[in-house]
Design a protein around this ligand. Structure first.
Ligand code: HEM
Ligand SMILES: *[C@@H]1O[C@H](CO)[C@@H](O)[C@H](O)[C@H]1NC(C)=O
Ligand SMILES: *[C@@H]1O[C@H](CO)[C@@H](O)[C@H](O)[C@H]1NC(C)=O
Length: 322
C-alpha cells in the first residue's frame, strides 16, 4: 500500500468513525421497535394498566404526563425521578417542583411489576414512563404517537438539577423559552408542550399571586378561582389547569389563554403580547394543528439525552438502583 493510499484509507476510517459517533451520540439508537422480539407485549401491558388506572381516576393520566416531563428535563429521560431518597442518597422526588406535587409513582411500580412478569429484566423504567405518558394522553382523548424506545435507567439523580432546570410557574416568557432551549426544544415546542396543561390540577400556592395580583386576567375567572384559593392558607387546595374540560385532552387550554383565563402565570405568559401570541391563537382555533405539534414535540422531548447501549441499567425496581 502506498503512503498516499494509506493516508486516504486512514482518512476514510476517521470520517467513518466520526459519522458513527455522531449517529450514536444522541437518540439514534432509540426505535419504536426496540422490544419487538425481546418483549413484544410491552405496549399492551402498559396500555391495559393505564386504562384501568384512568378509569379509576381520570387525573392520573395528567400526573403521569407531568412525571415524564420532570424526568426528561433533569439529565434526560432516564427514570431518575423515580428513585427514592435513602439515608445515603438524595434523589429528585423531594426537589421543589416535585415535593408534595409529583404523583403517579405507585402506578409506574404496578406497571413495572406487570412488565417484569412478562419479560424479566428487559424493559427500562424510563421506557415504561415514556409509554405510560403517551397512553395517558390517548386515554383522555388526545393524539397518539410512536414512542421511540431503548432508553436505559440512570444509576443517579440530581436534586439540584431538578430545582434549577424544571421551569417555575412564576417564570417569564423569555425564561421559559431559554429553559426549553437548554434542552434542545424551541419556542414552538415549548408552546405546544405547555398544552399538557389541558389536563390536570394545580395547587393554590402555584397560582395565588396570579389571581390576586395580576391584571391580564379575566376578572370573573379570577373571582371564581379566589373562591377556592384564599389569600392566606389553603395552599394545597386544587383547581383545574383547564377551566373548560379538565379531564379531556384538547386545545381548550389555548382558548383559555386567549380569554385571559390561564391559571398559572407561566401559562398566561404565552399570550401576553409576546412572540407566542400568534401560535396560541392558531392552536386555539385548530385542534388538529395543536395535536400534530404536541405529538411531534413529545417525541423530541422523549429523545432528550437517553442512556443507551451499555450505559445505565435496566432497573429491577423503579424506586432503587439494582
Ligand atoms: C412550560 C413550563 C411549565 C411550567 C412552569 C409548569 C408548571 C406546572 C405547575 C406549577 C403545575 C401544578 C403542580 C402542583 O400544584 O402540584 C403543573 C401541573 C401539570 N403540568 Fe406543568 N408546567 C410546565 C410545562 C409542562 C409540560 C411541558 C407538560 C407536559 C407535556 C406539563 C404537564 C403538566 C400536567 C399534566 C400537570 C397536572 C398534573 C396533575 O394533575 O397531577 N407541564 N405544571
Ligand atoms: C430475573 O432476572 C434477574 C436478573 O437477570 C435474575 O436474577 C432473576 O433470577 C430473574 N427472575 C426470574 C423470575 O426469572
Ligand atoms: C401581591 O403582591 C404583593 C406585592 O408583591 C405581595 O406582597 C402580596 O403577597 C401579593 N398577594 C398575594 C395574595 O399573592
Amino acid at each position: 500500500m502506498s503512503s498516499e493510499t494509506m493516508a486516504s484509507t486512514t482518512q476514510f476510517f476517521v470520517t467513518l468513525s466520526v459519522l458513527a459517533l455522531l449517529a450514536c451520540s444522541s437518540y439514534a439508537q432509540l426505535s419504536p421497535n426496540f422490544y419487538a422480539t425481546s418483549c413484544p407485549n410491552v405496549q399492551v401491558i402498559v396500555r391495559n394498566a393505564m386504562r384501568q388506572a384512568v378509569n379509576r381516576e381520570l387525573r392520573i393520566g395528567a400526573s403521569i404526563l407531568r412525571l415524564f416531563f420532570h424526568d426528561c428535563f433533569v439529565n434526560g429521560c432516564d427514570a431518575s425521578i423515580l428513585l427514592d431518597d435513602t439515608p445515603t442518597f438524595t434523589g429528585e422526588k423531594n426537589a421543589l417542583p416535585n415535593q408534595n406535587s409529583a404523583r403517579g409513582f405507585g402506578l409506574i411500580d404496578t406497571i413495572k411489576t406487570n412488565v417484569e412478569a412478562a419479560c424479566n429484566a428487559t424493559v427500562s423504567c424510563a421506557d415504561i414512563l415514556a409509554l405510560a405518558a403517551r397512553d395517558g394522553v390517548v386515554l383522555l382523548g388526545g393524539p397518539s404517537w410512536a414512542v421511540p424506545l431503548g432508553r436505559r435507567d440512570a444509576r443517579t439523580a440530581s436534586q439540584s438539577a431538578a430545582n434549577s432546570q424544571i421551569p417555575s410557574p412564576f417564570a417569564s416568557l423569555s425564561t421559559l423559552i431559554s429553559m426549553f432551549a437548554a434542552k434542545g426544544l424551541n419556542a414552538r415546542d415549548m408552546t405546544a408542550l405547555s398544552g399538557g396543561h389541558t389536563i390536570g390540577q394545580a395547587r393554590c400556592s402555584t397560582f395565588r399571586n396570579r389571581i390576586y395580583n395580576e391584571t391580564n386576567i379575566d376578572p370573573n375567572f379570577a373571582a371564581r378561582r379566589r373562591n377556592g384559593c384564599p389569600a392566606t392558607g389553603g395552599d394545597t387546595n386544587l383547581a383545574p389547569l383547564d377551566i373548560q374540560t379538565p379531564n379531556r385532552f384538547g386545545n381548550n387550554y389555548y382558548q383559555n389563554l386567549v380569554a385571559r383565563r390561564g391559571l398559572l402565570h407561566s401559562d398566561q405568559e404565552l399570550f401576553n403580547g409576546g412572540s407566542q401570541d400568534a401560535l396560541v391563537r392558531s392552536y386555539s382555533a385548530n385542534d388538529g394543528a395543536f395535536s400534530r405539534d404536541f405529538a411531534a414535540a413529545m417525541v423530541r422531548m422523549s429523545n432528550i439525552s437517553p442512556l443507551t447501549g451499555t450505559n445505565g441499567e435496566i432497573r429491577r425496581d423503579c424506586k432503587r438502583v439494582n
